[in-house]
Design a protein. Structure first.
Length: 676
């Protein structure tokens, strides 16, 4: 028996991370679980996690996850007594809800009437208007002649926003900045709405220029209780889709929180709401808030509310669906700390966020501990198919305050390793580390406003990586050779010296180098600079010719590649060196004869953290003998692990950091005493 009265077998009518998320809580409550899947998902994680699984049909969702009758048939066959719809697919489909009711299956969600009341944006606005919930000024009537719509827009003053009454996901929306553009925009919005939702009824709203999107999580039970679990700020959006969400909303006052919470509850109660719901508001710069819409389901971003309240919202949903009263009352709910969620997507931000499909040949999320949570539905080796939303995971972090949580988010993003598909991880990192985001200068136009910083075009920048690595490798080789010469040559004749000097010609060579696990050949030529007597290295790669100079000092390398100056931090490990630029970590090695680059010569492999990172482990015991080259400590920085090694035999007298500690670049990690 499960811990609930009625629900003991739950079918999850969804896939991916949300199906896995729901299964986890169901298991904790002792509820048996049934997954459904399409042919594309035979081996998917949600299928593996559930106690039983039923095939629905071919990959396209309209032939599988949207087939209400097939889902109901599976539920009946397996004696399921409740269905959780997740989000998307059938979650806000009142017809599906009705089918559940007809077959005596509990639908884990609101009543049919509530879904229907919120199904149309214009009908929802009427209800909210009557309930006294503040609305964005606008027209949401049935009369739809273009002339009348335009008359309302003209009266309201531009800019206005046209919205499809049946819309969702930002489709069927058009901003109109002036009267002359109105009809053309209306035609376009109607066409989009018709093809997207089969309905082209339009709303005209005042367009707020710098609003924030702040939404309230509400919960109601069947016993007339209702609470709000505070707010989430989802202002950072691209094309009206959320990118990074946070809770609580920065700058929120206790008074405003209460007002918005109460307004949201009024909205929910106006439609007899039961279960988890979200009331979305636009918040103006002068703290006026306006009802936008209510989502009658669990939201993608619900985990940040879970992090700040310490509650499991799926458990709440199941308990409420089972007939229990809400687990907590309003005055028992506490808001604690700050949480962020970043949506990790297989998509290309530099190509209009086009979805990217393929096999996830590498999938290494950051470790889940210390309030870092990864909600995912895929494993390494799985495919991101073109059939469904290409979200790979949700990365959720929590800390005591916004600043700390944001640092944690950036660090976790920098450790997220995905290969096989293009992802938005670098873009999210740029967002999370942007000064304006750090200062919480939020609005729904954040991404457009900071476009130039966020979309770092990686074309020319990436081209520089190979010449940068080659320059470093050559300078390093030269330094090693010189050091060896100093020891062995007493007085040198030019013929004995192993530098690049040749009578009457520049010296050329072809090198084999390993860069990011690829072996490539590059041609190099040594020239001397007419202005400085400094040696210039001309590196020719498949991408072009680059003139390079550099200075190597300790674990710092300063380079100039085709007049672009770069500062690099170095870390040596197992014959490779990693070059850390501001944005990239490049692992490289020079192939060919061993030129004496032994561990002992690793002058830049010291006990300093190469850059900000996290300690993974202390590998040896304090005060116990270690051999030369033995790994003492492992740290992780910029998506890679780095071994800190003993330069000689000796002992570690003290570790200054423990596993899980965050360290700043340059911090001394340990105290080492070499053997006499
Ligand atoms: P959808 O259901 O298609 O997602 P919403 O009504 O929820 O549409 O609006 C999505 C987003 O569009 C909001 O989060 C906000 O960024 C923007 N938006 C909506 N209404 C307005 C408005 N009146 N003024 C400015 N921006 C708006």
């Amino acid at each position: 028996m499960s811990g609930l009265n009625k629900i003991d077998k739950l079918l999850i009518a969804n896939r991916g991370e949300i199906a896995c998320r729901i299964i986890k809580t169901a298991k904790l409550l002792g509820i048996k679980t049934v997954a459904v899947y399409s042919d594309a998902d035979v081996n998917a994680l949600h299928v593996k996690m559930a106690d039983e699984a039923v095939r629905l049909g071919p990959a396209p969702s309209r032939e599988s996850y949207l087939k209400a009758e097939l889902i109901i048939a599976a539920a009946i066959k397996l004696n399921v007594n409740a269905i959780h719809p997740g989000y998307g697919f059938l979650s806000e489909n009142s017809q599906f809800c009705r089918l559940c009711e007809q077959h005596n299956i509990i639908f884990v969600g609101p009543p049919i009437g509530a879904i229907e009341a919120m199904g149309s944006k214009s009908a929802a606005k009427h209800i909210m208007e009557q309930a006294g919930v503040p609305l964005v000024p606008g027209y949401h009537g049935d009369e739809q002649s273009p002339e009348l719509l335009k008359k309302h827009a003209d009266e309201m003053g531009y800019p206005v926003l046209l919205k499809a009454a049946a819309g969702g996901g930002g489709k069927g929306m058009r901003q109109v900045t002036q009267s002359q553009e109105f009809y053309a925009a209306l035609d376009a919005a109607k066409r989009e709405a018709m093809s997207g939702f089969g309905d082209d009824i339009m709303l005209v709203e005042k367009y707020l220029t710098q609003p924030r999107h702040v939404e309230i999580q509400v919960f109601c039970d069947n016993h007339k209780n209702g609470v709000y679990l505070f707010e989430r700020d989802c202002s950072v959006q691209r094309r009206h889709q959320k990118v990074i969400e946070e809770a609580p909303a920065p700058g929120m006052t206790e008074e405003l929180r209460q007002q918005m919470g109460q307004a949201a509850l009024t909205a929910a109660q106006a439609i007899g709401y039961v279960g988890a719901g979200t009331v979305e508001f636009l918040l103006d710069s002068d703290n006026q808030f306006f009802f936008m819409e209510m989502n009658t389901r669990l939201q993608v971003e619900h985990p940040i509310t879970e992090m700040i309240t310490g509650q499991d919202l799926v458990e709440w949903q199941l308990r409420v669906a089972d007939g229990e009263t809400l687990p907590l009352q309003q005055d028992q709910l506490e808001l604690n700390g700050h949480a962020f969620e970043a949506r990790i997507y297989a998509e290309d931000p530099n190509n209009q966020f086009l979805p990217s499909t393929g096999i996830l040949s590498r999938l290494m999320p950051p470790a889940e501990h210390d309030n870092v949570r990864v909600d995912t539905g895929v494993l390494q080796g799985d495919e991101v198919s073109p059939y469904y939303d290409p979200m790979i995971a949700k990365l959720i972090v929590w800390d005591q305050n916004r600043e700390k949580a944001l640092t944690k988010l950036a660090q976790a993003l920098s450790r997220y390793q995905v290969d096989g598909v293009t992802t938005n991880i670098d873009f999210l990192y740029n967002l999370a580390t942007h000064p304006a985001f750090k200062q919480a200068q939020l609005s729904t136009h954040f991404i457009e406003q900071h476009e130039t910083d966020l979309f770092v075009s990686d074309g020319p920048q990436r081209e520089l990586l190979t010449p940068l690595a080659v320059t470093y490798l050559l300078l390093q080789r030269q330094a090693t050779t010189l050091a060896a010469q100093k020891q062995t040559l007493a007085l040198g004749s030019p013929w004995d010296q192993h530098n690049h000097w040749r009578m009457n010609e520049q010296f050329r060579e072809v090198l084999s180098v390993e860069i990011q696990q690829h072996t490539i050949e590059v041609s190099v030529e040594y020239l001397s600079c007419p202005h400085t007597s400094k040696e210039v290295i001309k590196v020719t790669t498949a991408e072009g010719c680059f003139e390079c100079t550099g200075n190597l000092e300790g674990n710092h390398f300063e380079a100039c590649i085709n007049n672009q100056h770069l500062h690099v931090t170095l870390q040596a490990h197992q014959g490779f060196t990693t070059l850390f630029t501001h944005e990239y970590a490049i692992q490289c090695k020079l192939n060919g004869p061993d030129l004496g680059l032994s561990d002992a010569d690793d002058h830049h492999g010291g006990f300093e953290a190469p850059m900000n990172g996290t300690i993974v482990s202390q590998v040896v015991e304090v005060n116990s003998a270690v051999e030369k080259g033995q790994t003492l400590m492992v740290m992780e920085a910029m998506k890679m692990e780095h071994a800190i090694k003993a330069p000689k035999a000796g002992v570690v007298k003290e570790f200054y950091f423990a596993a899980g500690d965050l360290v700043d670049g340059g911090a001394v990690l340990l105290d080492f005493e070499a053997e006499e």
